[in-house]
Design a protein around this ligand. Structure first.
Ligand code: NDP
Ligand code: GDR
Length: 330
């Protein structure tokens, strides 16, 4: 017995999983991660390697769609805290793979809730809910009381998982909380998401490797924060005596166009010379605007978003310049 608190994190190879594990390790936790089997080990642990924490995490084979494996892992680990971050998380893909998205992002969360209820009922549970659930927004600023109106198969699946988390709390008295997180980015963001696609493109253009970036809807606006700040909110939620749901956001919204402007400005280029609109990147249904009100998280958790957008953009562009520069020897 180590006497350390034990955390089990699903989605440990993703952006948030990597930063959350780093935070939990710094808090003295024994950290266990659920990882789905892949033929490419180097792809699996690249983010954990970037943060230099690969060897500090105990990895368990498992898939959110396979409840028998989840029950086995929860039984083995006996966690004090469970963070369910795994999902098919790319909104655009969810129209091409609606059933897979429903299985992983929706039912997968319930598999995890069930595994915890059966094997570690006293463990505290975090569900990664999303601002996408607000979709066709019912209020100009969204808080915990704003009605949901999902606009994609991804958002519908997340809303199911969110409702079931509330239901397990109310039905079984589980300490199950949901963080309704607005978009959060970092140098570890997946390349398909718009911010990283832009900062990667800016770095390539600056280094003379390409000339244009093709994007979809430049008018969409998002409330963008830094993933490192947002995983702190997840952890804080599970340190509260009572489980609850919280909006986590910065309270500032910015268009994709203005994000481009900031990223190109950082390297002294004009975005209008390099960004082209390609309808292939439009979505069947768009979420035009998201803007979160983080008052409850501030008052109850003492949480604040610390990294301003300008600093986030600079950090991402610099990381991509370094990554691509190292690869090409420039
Ligand atoms: P990523 O896409 O970076 O990571 C997703 C993770 O889920 C990866 O580790 C992936 O594994 C894993 N995964 C996917 N399918 C399965 C499966 N069937 N079984 C087990 N693991 C699986 O997402 P983020 O880190 O950005 O987001 C974390 C969570 O927060 C997600 O649930 C996302 O939907 C949600 N969210 C994210 C926001 C954001 O702005 N980043 C905002 C609000 C919510 P692999 O590496 O093998 O692909
Ligand atoms: P989102 O993030 O859908 O908000 O989901 P994404 O970065 O994919 O899109 C943000 C906005 O940018 C517009 N856009 C483009 N998007 C992409 N990916 N590629 C483009 O070329 C492009 N051009 C314009 C989109 O139309 C959209 O309006 C993210 C994910 O992390 C989810 O898992 C999470 O739940 C939500 O954030 C909150």
């Amino acid at each position: 017995m180590s006497g350390k608190k034990k955390a089990l994190v699903t989605g440990v190879t993703g952006q948030d999983g990597a930063y959350l594990c780093q935070l939990l390790l710094s808090q003295g936790y024994e950290v266990h991660g659920l990882v789905r089997r892949s033929a490419s080990a180097d792809v699996i642990d690249s983010r954990l390697r970037w943060l230099n924490i690969v060897s500090d995490i105990q990895v368990h084979d498992g898939n959110l769609t396979d409840i028998s494996g989840l029950i086995r892992v929860v039984r083995e680990v006996e966690p004090d805290e469970v963070y369910n971050l795994a999902a098919q998380s790319f909104v655009k893909s969810s129209w091409q793979q609606p059933l897979l998205t429903g299985n992983v992002t929706g039912l997968g969360a319930v598999n995890m809730l069930e595994a915890v209820r059966l094997e570690a009922a006293d463990a505290r549970f975090y569900q990664a809910s999303s601002s996408e659930m607000y979709g066709a927004i019912q209020s100009p600023i969204q808080n915990e009381n704003t009605p949901f109106y999902p606009r994609s198969p991804y958002a519908a699946a997340k809303l199911y998982a969110h409702s079931m988390t509330v239901n397990y709390r109310e039905s079984f008295g589980m300490h199950a909380s949901s963080g309704i997180l607005f978009n959060h980015e970092s140098p570890l963001r997946g390349i398909e998401f718009v911010t990283r696609k832009i900062t990667d493109g800016v770095a390539r253009i600056k280094l003379g490797l390409q000339h244009k970036i093709a994007l979809g809807n430049l008018d969409a606006t998002r409330d963008w924060g830094h993933a490192r700040d947002y995983v702190r909110a997840m952890w804080l939620m599970l340190q509260q005596e009572k489980a609850d749901d919280y909006v986590v956001a910065t309270g500032r919204t910015t268009s994709v166009r203005d994000f481009c402007r900031l990223a190109f400005d950082h390297v002294g280029l004009n975005f209008e010379d390099h960004v082209v609109v390609d309808p292939r990147f439009f979505r069947p249904a768009e979420v035009d605007v998201l803007l979160g009100d983080p008052s409850k998280a501030r008052e109850k958790l003492g949480w604040e978003s610390e990294c301003p957008l300008e600093q986030l953009v600079s950090e991402m562009v610099e990381a991509d310049l370094e990554r691509i520069g190292n690869r090409t020897g420039r």
